[in-house]
Design a protein around this ligand. Structure first.
Ligand SMILES: [Zn+2]
Length: 404
């Protein structure tokens, strides 16, 4: 069984060891190495593995994965073969591990406060690349936390962090175990390791933790939303909280400059802007509708199809909504027929009292279809002219207006 050096010193970034086993790895060009002792943390309890290097006799191998096998051996995946018996020096990526310890330590503090203040039990940690999550089972089965509860948790946890209480990890005797006020029962029965963070949190855990609560830095909850019948709390800790604050501050300042307001008034300013934009869109829409309606009327002809008014209208562009509103306003009048081309979009429409099947007509000149009173399709301006000629040639002597 590998001696796990991170149990004693979670800030041990260099160590010496002997290779006790070597075998080909799962991926091409990889090997799996076991050592008599290691400071590399293997993935477990939601905390990802450490990365780093092993060096010997001027050679370097990158450690790209670390897992614990069922016998308790720590298995290091490396990109070079290292013969058994070789003495190596291990180097841990301290920045990655410190980040993991900050997230993991913050998760303990958060889980302790959720239990103490809200009676919620946490079900597991997922430490992600951007943020981390824990799922919380609330005593009343709720799947959300209120804004006040989130503030209470953040204030409680960050006050405790600033108190910089010591974090202690140890393997208690069976007798001592019975006396410990653990937050929840351990999931293992042997070699139980306990972590205590001041008086705020005590639970079984085999992970790596900062040496005091102050080294967690800060905990910020990002959301507390329903997930599979539980509350999923998403959070960031330590340097990640600082980076996120910097990013939010930059974005808020930029938005404040754009809207010419202080950052605390951003929501009000954005709300006002949205209302003004909606009003401007309504007015523009009305203006475009009236403009197109005017153009349709300019192109009216009462002689092509005796008894009704035909408008053949071509225009280069128009938004869908004002076009639809202008067409429907036009054919709401009596005795109107419209062959409209806006850009490459055809709309053929007529009043209820006009006897033309627009669906059939549009299919004869372009790709499209619709109802007898209104049809649309893709085409070119000439399609509208061709449709007019078809009506005029084939409808000689026809009574275009239906009798009512
Ligand atoms: Zn832990």
């Amino acid at each position: 069984m590998t001696e796990r050096l991170y149990y004693e010193d979670p800030y041990l970034w260099q160590f010496d060891a002997a290779v006790t086993g070597t075998r080909p790895g799962k991926g091409a060009g990889t090997w799996e190495i076991t050592l008599d002792r290691s400071a590399f943390y293997p993935t477990s309890g939601g905390q990802p593995f450490d990365t780093g290097r092993l060096t010997w006799n001027g050679c370097i191998a990158d450690v790209t994965n670390v897992e614990a096998d069922p016998d308790g051996e720590v298995v290091h995946t490396v990109n070079r073969e290292i013969p058994a018996g070789t003495r190596v020096r291990g180097f841990i990526d301290g920045h990655r591990r410190t980040d993991h310890m900050e997230q993991h330590g913050g998760e303990h503090m958060l889980a302790g406060a959720i239990w103490e203040k809200l009676g919620g039990t946490t079900i597991g940690l997922h430490l992600g690349k951007e943020d981390s999550t824990i799922d919380v089972s609330m005593p009343d089965g709720r799947t959300r936390l209120t804004e006040e509860e989130i503030l209470l948790l953040e204030d409680t946890v960050n006050t405790r962090i600033r108190q910089d209480a010591p974090i202690r990890c140890w393997f208690p005797t069976e007798e001592e175990m019975k006396t410990l006020p653990l937050r929840k029962a351990p999931t293992v029965t042997e070699h139980i390791r306990i972590v205590a963070m001041g008086d705020f949190e005590m639970v079984a855990c085999g992970g790596t933790h900062p040496s005091s609560t102050g080294r967690i830095g800060m905990v910020k909850i990002l959301s507390a939303l329903p997930s599979k019948g539980k509350v999923r709390v998403t959070f960031v800790c330590g340097e990640r909280a600082l980076r996120l604050f910097q990013q939010y501050k930059r974005s808020a300042d930029k938005a404040g400059n754009v809207l010419s307001c202080p950052t605390e008034k951003l929501a009000t300013a954005a709300g006002e802007l949205k209302a003004r934009l909606a009003d401007a869109e309504r007015r523009l829409n009305r203006f475009e509708t009236e403009k197109l309606l005017g153009l349709i009327r300019e192109n009216e002809n009462g002689e092509d199809l005796p008894g009704i008014t035909l408008s053949v209208t071509v225009t280069a562009q128009g938004d869908a909504r004002p076009v639809a509103e202008a067409v429907s306003a036009y054919i709401s009048e009596s005795g109107k027929a419209l062959l409209l081309c806006v850009g490459e979009r055809l709309t053929f429409a007529r009043s209820a009292d006009v006897d033309i099947d627009m669906n059939e007509l549009i299919r004869r000149v372009a790709r499209g279809g619709g109802r007898p009173d209104m049809a649309s399709g893709a085409g070119i301006p000439e399609c509208a002219g061709v449709a007019r000629k078809i009506l005029m040639m084939e409808g000689k002597g026809k009574a275009w207006k239906k009798k009512t």
